[in-house]
Design a protein around this ligand. Structure first.
Ligand SMILES: [Mg+2]
Length: 235
């Protein structure tokens, strides 16, 4: 890499199974269905839909709509999810919190998950809501029930991460790195919306994703050691 032609490194992180060690919608389903008589079957069905989506067997729109149809989350379920997620941040992200706080201006979260629960989790790492690209729930008028999600958001559809990153109009000469565990994370590199894709395998190792990655990292330390920009390794 020619440092003289690259003035900034921009890090774009996936959320589910990357920033946190869980799939948030699966956990929300677990919480919302805790007392349902057919709980085990519903949770298993949702996990299967998530896995099919990750493997590219069904489109993201279908995956999201089908998972959402299985659950009727309340504000209490949502609050329980946020608490769970705050305790589920990947250990290597927690160990490098300092890096996130110092470089927050050049860090984005790009997720097919929801701003509603991502923003409070990443806020502790200094990441501003404007740097969280994700879907948004729709709430009942009294704010006690999640009624669905904003289907006009590009991230609710196939290729959403690509559109969301392109809409940022990031500086042309910046080195842009997408870091995540899924094929939708690789896809942004495939179309050239970023310069590099790092497969993050600390939580989940997906062979098809690893095969197309420019680099494979098992921790944030790996990501930083690989990223030779001086600003990225400052302490
Ligand atoms: Mg993920």
């Amino acid at each position: 890499m020619n440092n003289s032609g690259v003035d900034t490194t921009i890090f774009l992180f996936d959320f589910d199974s990357t920033f946190v060690t869980v799939e948030a919608l699966d956990e929300l389903a677990n919480i919302a269905l805790a007392n349902a008589p057919d709980r085990a079957q519903s949770v298993a069905a949702i996990a299967e839909i998530t896995a099919d989506g990750m493997a590219g067997l069904i489109g993201f729109d279908e995956s999201l709509a089908r998972r959402f149809a299985q659950i009727s989350p309340s504000k209490a379920h949502f609050d329980a999810l946020v608490t769970l997620l705050k305790h589920s941040v990947s250990p290597s992200f927690v160990a490098n919190k300092d890096f996130f706080q110092k470089n927050a201006e050049t860090i984005y979260i790009v997720s097919g998950g929801f701003k509603d629960f991502i923003v409070p989790v990443v806020a502790e790492f200094g990441i501003d809501p404007s740097h969280v690209l994700a879907n948004e729930f729709t709430w009942s008028s009294e704010g006690q029930t999640i009624t669905g999600y904003d289907t006009a958001n590009p991230l609710a559809h196939n290729g959403g991460k690509i559109k969301a990153i392109q809409a940022l109009n990031l500086p042309k000469n910046a080195h842009k790195i997408m870091i995540g565990d899924g094929m939708t994370d690789y896809a942004v590199r495939g179309v050239g919306a970023v310069n590099e894709f790092i497969a993050y395998t600390d939580t989940v190792k997906r062979k098809p994703v690893i095969e197309v990655a420019d680099f494979v990292a098992t921790s944030i330390d790996d990501v930083l050691a690989h990223t030779i920009q001086p600003r990225a390794i400052q302490h």
